[in-house]
Write a protein that binds this ligand. Structure first.
Ligand SMILES: [Fe+2]
Length: 293
C-alpha cells in the first residue's frame, strides 16, 4: 500500500487585512492594527501564500492540516475570505483546521471561527468541540484548541482542565489500537517566551508521557522547529512550520510547509518529513528531507 501523505501548513494570516471599521479598533485590535500597517503587511503576502499552496496541491497530499492563525485581528470582514481560501485547499473531508490565538483575538468575535469553519473542525461524530477526532487512512487526527482571547501584547494559549481530561479519555481508548496518532495544536509545547507560551503545556506533556501520540504538529512561532518529547515508547517528534504567507524577514524564515509520508512496515511506523520552502522569485523547492521515525 502507498504511504499516507499529510501536508502541514500554518499561520497563513490571510493577507491583505481588510480595512477595519473604527468601532472595531478599540482595545487590543488597535495594537494589532498599528503592527499590521507598520510592519506585517510588508511580509505577510498573498502571492507567497498562493505560490506555496499551488506547490502543496501539486504534491497531491491525502490530507492537509492547517494549525491556526487563519486571520489576523479577527475582524468580521476577515472570516469570509478565510473560509473561501480554506475551501480552495480542498473539501472538509480532506482538510482539517484548528484555531490559533489570532482567530480568537478578541471576545467580540470569539465565536466566529467555530461558525465559519465548522465543517473543517468537526470530528467524525459531527461534533464541534475540542478535542476532536478524525480518522483518515492509518491516521487518527486529534485536534486541540489553545485559542483564547488575551490582553493586548499577549499571545498565550491554554487548553483548560476539561479539554485535557477529554484528551486523556480519548487517548486511553486508543491504547489497544494500531493507529498513527497525530496531535494538532496551535501553540508549541515548549516556549522560551512567557508572553506567547501555552500556559498548561506541562499538564499536556505529562499526559503525553503516559499515553503517547506518534506525531505533534503546531504553528505559532513562525519558524522551522523540531522538538522531541518523552512518550511511553520513546520520544515523540513535534514539528512547527513558518507562516505560510511570510517573506523572510529578520530571524523569521520564508514561508514553508511540511509533507509527511506515513506507513507501517513489520518493524513499526515509519514517518518521513519533507520541507518545501519559498525561494527566490516565488519558487518553491525542497530544502530538507529526514526520517523522523
Ligand atoms: Fe501566527
Amino acid at each position: 500500500m502507498a504511504p499516507f501523505t499529510l501536508a502541514h501548513l500554518s499561520d497563513p494570516h490571510l493577507p491583505p487585512l481588510p480595512k477595519p471599521r473604527l468601532i472595531e479598533l478599540a482595545g487590543k485590535r488597535a495594537f494589532g492594527y498599528v503592527n499590521w500597517t507598520r510592519n506585517r503587511h510588508k511580509y505577510q503576502r498573498r502571492e507567497v501564500l498562493d505560490a506555496l499552496v499551488a506547490d502543496m496541491k501539486a504534491q497531491g497530499p491525502d490530507h492537509i492540516a492547517v494549525t491556526g492563525d487563519l486571520v489576523n485581528l479577527a475582524l468580521e470582514a476577515e472570516f469570509a475570505p478565510a473560509r473561501a481560501w480554506l475551501e480552495g485547499l480542498g473539501p472538509p473531508d480532506r482538510v482539517t483546521t484548528i484555531p490559533g490565538n489570532h482567530d480568537a483575538y478578541v471576545r467580540a468575535t470569539f465565536h466566529r471561527f467555530g461558525e465559519t469553519f465548522a465543517p473543517y473542525l468537526a470530528g467524525d461524530d459531527g461534533r464541534i468541540g475540542f478535542p476532536s477526532l478524525r480518522r483518515r487512512g492509518p491516521l487518527a487526527l486529534i485536534s486541540l484548541s489553545t485559542a483564547v482571547p488575551t490582553l493586548p501584547l499577549m499571545a498565550t494559549g491554554t487548553l483548560g482542565r476539561d479539554q485535557l481530561a477529554s484528551l486523556e479519555e480519548m487517548l486511553e481508548r486508543f491504547a489497544a489500537e494500531d493507529v498513527f496518532r497525530v496531535l494538532l495544536v496551535h501553540h508549541p509545547l515548549k516556549s522560551g517566551a512567557r508572553h506567547k507560551r501555552m500556559i498548561d503545556s506541562a499538564e499536556l506533556l505529562t499526559l503525553l508521557k503516559r499515553h503517547g501520540v506518534e506525531l505533534i504538529l503546531h504553528g505559532h512561532d513562525h519558524i522551522h522547529s523540531t522538538m522531541w518529547f518523552e512518550g511511553p515508547n520513546g520520544n515523540i517528534p513535534a514539528l512547527g512550520v513558518p507562516s505560510a504567507s511570510a517573506l523572510a524577514h529578520g530571524h523569521t524564515p520564508a514561508a514553508a510547509y511540511n509533507l509527511f509520508t506515513i506507513e507501517k512496515d513489520n518493524t513499526g511506523w515509519r514517518c518521513e518529513q519533507t520541507v518545501r520552502s519559498l525561494g527566490a522569485g516565488l519558487q518553491i523547492g525542497q530544502i530538507k528531507h529526514v526520517k523522523l521515525i
